[in-house]
Design a protein around this ligand. Structure first.
Ligand SMILES: *[C@@H]1O[C@H](CO)[C@@H](O)[C@H](O)[C@H]1NC(C)=O
Ligand SMILES: *[C@@H]1O[C@H](CO)[C@@H](O)[C@H](O)[C@H]1NC(C)=O
Ligand SMILES: *[C@@H]1O[C@H](CO)[C@@H](O)[C@H](O)[C@H]1NC(C)=O
Ligand SMILES: [Cu+2]
Length: 184
């Protein structure tokens, strides 16, 4: 009897802690395109492979780092991306350290507009998934909703992404916990 109540209390406390850690979900991650190689034609960086290893979300920021004397960044349509056509980009970035926050889901196509570079593989498709819906919590143990926290700018590394994945893991554990302890 007492031990079940004790278990319930522990479960509630853990659930609250885990929910708090999942708040980080709304903070955007920062990804440096090409990682340490940056945005370049040197070394045949496979930007498709680079993008395939990431799970982009709305409000994530991608950073293009390059020597602006040799490269640039243009956002283009899918057709222009396929054709490496840089004649009428949606937007052009030329600082050599361009932070672009992606605020819509779907594909975002970028290429280098310097002749020959896109053809050489300096192009990347950032596919942003829809924000995953949060699973409904079981009755009785739902912590009060917490307003989303927005972090406008983060240093260009993957740490927030790690936290984000960790947050989801904890959310799953939280639900398992609640189911397990409320079953008695
Ligand atoms: C993205 O950021 C905007 C403004 O900062 C915010 O209103 C929106 O809820 C955020 N979206 C997500 C999915 O976090
Ligand atoms: C490049 O794109 C523009 C605008 O989308 C189009 O008018 C032009 O014909 C294209 N050029 C080539 C070579 O495909
Ligand atoms: C690029 O800009 C970010 C801030 O937006 C800064 O932290 C970083 O050091 C810059 N990198 C270079 C190579 O200038
Ligand atoms: Cu280039």
């Amino acid at each position: 009897m007492g031990s079940i109540l004790g278990k319930r209390a522990v479960a509630v406390v853990l659930a609250c802690l885990m929910f708090a850690s999942s708040i980080q979900l709304s903070a955007g991650a920062v990804y440096k395109v090409g990682d340490s190689a940056g945005w370049t034609t040197i070394g045949n960086v496979d930007y498709n492979l680079w993008a395939a290893t990431k799970t982009f979300h709305v409000n994530d920021t991608i950073v293009f780092e390059y020597n602006p004397q040799f490269h640039n960044v243009m956002q283009v349509t899918h057709a222009e991306f396929r054709a490496c056509n840089a004649s009428s980009p949606i937007s052009t970035h030329t600082t050599g350290n361009d932070s672009i926050t992606i605020n819509t889901h779907g594909h975002h196509f970028f290429l280098c507009g310097v002749p020959g570079h896109c053809q050489a593989g300096q192009k990347v498709d950032i596919n942003v998934l829809r924000a995953p819906s949060v699973a409904p919590s079981p009755s009785g143990l739902t912590p009060s909703p917490v307003p989303p926290v927005t972090v406008p700018a983060l240093s260009p590394n993957d740490a927030p992404h790690v936290n984000l994945q960790f947050g989801w893991l904890l959310l799953v554990f939280q639900l398992l916990f609640v189911f397990y302890f409320s079953g008695n």
